[in-house]
Design a protein around this ligand. Structure first.
Ligand code: PLP
Length: 485
């Protein structure tokens, strides 16, 4: 039993026994996620209250620990693995990805330097090179895995700042330098603005460009903003365009934005966290049009490539600038290999030193499903999204509030007899009612002021029957809410 000896790890036989049990549990869980309500029904604080406030003095048997996992923790889990999870972006892992995580945990290598695990660094290069080819980015982009798109965008914007020639930001900090301005659309993810805060631009250093009727960055407005800012003494330095905005999955016109960046000497970063992955299917290659001219691009295998969170693929066409922004090598991290053989030490290209072996799960996912298998799953999600959009368009009690380029549908109920100023209230109530059933989980956004339901399809187990059932549920709950009692 655990805790009997004061030294050493769990005995190998015990590890094997519980390893089998845990994998068996996971296999059964993944085969039947529908037995749980999608959205956790726990009251705030209930999980904490059910666990001891003090740590155990002695080790406990694994049976008891696993029993608490099932009895105490599982009821507090919102099941992202449920095929009716349609909220946010319905990210999904997959069995080969889980096995990759397990092996990475067993190896527990730190991929900070090439030397600290050559296979981890080189597999990262190989897997990201494969992914680059799959989405159609040209050679010349260096790939590196980051934990999240938020951090990848932060690193991109730090590199953009490093590329500003007239001030040595790395040495001097922001003081005494020009007032930098970053441009992104009003529909961009909050991580871009957050990067501006972290990097010392301040929120005022991030200018949000209006969007057109399809929620895409207005390039003429971008041009005007850059010109206005130059006149007012700002130093424009970077544009962060989005391929697949969070609310509506709109795609900014990257080719035209790239042209502005070329003319104005601005770094172009593309946040393709969600929709960049669609480019794996040839018919959605257009999603990354213009990205060959970008300085950096992030796409997220942990969003729409069936790779367990976390895993973001960050591509940079000017790795020497990224390196100049981040590399700081103390004596204890110097290696002869990096100096003599010119191998890459990934710690030089980002914030963190310690790096998990994330490439393993990504490589296993790509190998297990293959390029065609991955493309087929993404294509099916888009088909389901379009099908749902057609049902909404055909129902007079609902309306779509944005175009549906991929598999995320933005819409609201518009029941007869409900005045326009009550639609927000009715739709918020509809969302709560649907989510309370435990049979589906949707989230919301606000578009041009209107409370909007978001139905995002991206889970590997989601099929047409799940989408249809959730659509029927929406219509049933709407009737219940609006029928006179
Ligand atoms: N960018 C976009 C367009 C997103 O939709 C999201 C999250 O949904 C992010 C960035 C942040 O992703 P991450 O959780 O990997 O930081």
């Amino acid at each position: 039993m655990a805790g009997e000896g004061l030294f050493g790890d769990m005995p190998a036989e015990e590890f094997e026994e519980y390893g089998r049990r845990v994998v068996a549990w996971a296999a059964d869980y993944l085969a039947h996620p529908e037995r749980y309500p999608v959205l956790a029904r726990t009251r705030p604080g209930a999980i904490k209250a059910a666990l001891p406030a003090e740590p155990p003095r002695r080790g406990e048997p694994m049976d008891r620990i696993l029993a608490d996992f099932e009895q105490v923790l599982l009821p507090g889990i919102t099941h992202w693995n449920h095929p009716a999870f349609f909220a946010y972006f319905a990210i999904t892992g997959s069995a080969p990805g889980i096995l990759g995580e397990l092996l990475a945990a067993a190896l527990n290598v730190n991929a900070m330097l090439w030397k600290t695990s050559p296979a981890a660094t080189e597999l990262e290069e190989v897997a990201l090179n494969w992914l680059r080819q799959m989405v159609g980015l040209p050679e010349g982009f260096m790939g590196i895995i980051m934990d999240t798109a938020s951090v990848a965008s932060l690193c991109a914007i730090a590199a953009a700042r490093e590329a500003v020639a007239e001030h040595r930001f790395r040495e001097e900090g922001m003081a005494g330098g020009p007032r930098l301005r970053l441009y992104t659309s009003e529909q961009a993810h909050s991580s871009i603005e957050k990067a501006g805060i972290v990097l010392g631009l301040g929120r005022s250093g991030v200018r949000k460009i209006p969007t057109d009727s399809a929620f895409r960055m207005d390039v003429a407005a971008l041009r005007r903003a850059v010109a206005e800012d130059r006149d007012a003494g700002w130093r424009p330095f970077c544009v962060a365009a989005t391929v697949g905005t969070t609310s509506t999955t709109s795609v900014d016109p990257v080719p035209a934005i790239a042209e502005v960046c070329r003319q104005e000497g601005l770094w172009l970063h593309v946040d393709g966290a969600y929709a960049g992955m669609a480019a794996i299917a040839p018919e959605f290659r257009w999603a990354l049009d213009g990205c060959d001219h970008a300085d950096s691009v992030v796409i997220n295998p942990h969003k729409w490539l069936f790779t367990p969170i976390d895993c973001s693929a960050f591509y940079c066409r000017r790795p020497e600038v990224l390196r100049a922004a981040f590399s700081l090598v103390p004596e204890y991290l110097r290696t002869a290999e990096a100096e003599a053989a010119g191998v890459r030490d990934f710690m030089d290209y980002g914030i963190q030193l310690g790096r998990r072996f994330r490439a393993l799960k990504l490589w296993m996912v790509i190998r297990y499903f293959g390029w065609e298998g991955l493309a087929a799953r993404i294509r099916e999600h888009v088909r389901l999204g379009q099908l749902l959009a057609s049902w909404i368009d055909g129902d007079p009690e609902f309306e779509r509030l944005a175009p549906t380029p991929f598999s995320t549908v933005c819409f609201r109920a518009r029941p007869r007899g409900v005045p326009p100023d009550r639609l927000d209230e009715v739709n918020a109530a509809l969302l709560d009612a649907v989510n309370a059933t435990g049979d589906a989980f949707l989230s919301h956004t606000r578009l041009r002021g209107a409370f909007t339901l978001r139905f995002a399809i991206g889970h590997i187990r989601t099929g047409e029957s799940h989408v249809r059932a959730a659509w029927n549920l929406l219509r049933r709950e709407l009737r219940r809410l609006t029928e006179p009692r």
